[in-house]
Design a protein around this ligand. Structure first.
Ligand code: URA
Length: 241
């Protein structure tokens, strides 16, 4: 890999800026000062440093965000704030993308990553990765709703949903339910709830496969996935094959 590409990926600036750093003698490979920003290095073998500080190269970044209910889960939007706008510069510069979409008004667990292969696998309907949601409803749940979810609801557009788990977590005039799905169609929870004659008034995703939303993250906050979480995710995908 070219050293300017590696340093660009790691947030050290544009190709021109990195050329400037090299010219100033800031960049070394295995302790030797680099003279050209176009040289090739092996990120797994070579030790790159900038102003004496070792650059830890990570091929991909994997982030867990607690998405707030007022931003869109897209990489770009003409008029609205996106989840990418919430990232620190050093993460945004790696150009991660959200894995799937949550509605603008949905809160909770959103993964962002640069790894297209893993993202694709997570989204694949063949993998049946569970997604768990908590939803506050406008009114008490109709009798038979739990069974209807378990049987697989037919949505208004004719789509036959996969069987889903529905549990009441909090009774009351605006009950809170837990829904576990293995697919991710547009507005799926809202449409399934509508199909049993109710309405979602708040929606939050709390889990994707083995990964739970870190409750220490306030809405809008995010962190890197730990090595262990990443392994759990890969393991869940591997055993779904
Ligand atoms: N189901 C919905 O209706 N909305 C979401 O954002 C996610 C699942």
């Amino acid at each position: 890999m070219r050293i300017d590409k590696l340093l660009g990926n790691m947030g050290y600036g544009t190709r021109k800026e990195i050329k400037g750093l090299v010219k100033q003698g800031a960049v070394s490979v295995n302790g030797e000062r680099v003279r050209q920003s176009s040289i090739n290095i092996d990120p797994d073998e070579d030790e790159v440093s900038v102003w004496g500080e070792i650059v830890e190269y990570r091929q991909h970044i994997y982030l867990m965000m607690n998405k707030p209910g007022d931003v869109v889960s897209a990489t770009k939007d003409e008029n609205q704030e996106t989840v990418i706008d919430l990232l620190e510069w050093e993460d945004a510069v790696r150009e991660p993308f959200p894995v799937g979409r949550l509605d603008k008004d949905t809160e909770g667990l959103l993964l962002l990553m640069t790894d297209g292969k893993l993202s694709h696998a997570l989204m694949s309907p063949k993998k049946h990765i569970e997604k768990e949601y908590e939803a506050r409803l406008a009114e008490p749940l109709a009798e038979g709703a739990v069974q209807a979810f378990a049987d697989g609801i037919e949505l208004a557009d004719g789509h036959q949903s996969e069987p889903a788990k529905l549990e009441v977590k909090e009774e009351g005039s605006e009950p809170v339910i837990k829904v576990v799905l293995t697919e991710g169609k547009y507005h799926q929870v809202k449409r399934m709830v509508a199909a049993v004659g109710n309405k979602v008034i708040e929606l939050r995703r709390v889990r994707i496969g083995p990964l739970w939303l870190d409750e220490d993250l306030d809405p809008g906050e995010y962190r890197d996935l730990s090595e262990e979480e990443l392994e759990q995710l890969e393991h869940a995908l591997y055993y779904q094959e």
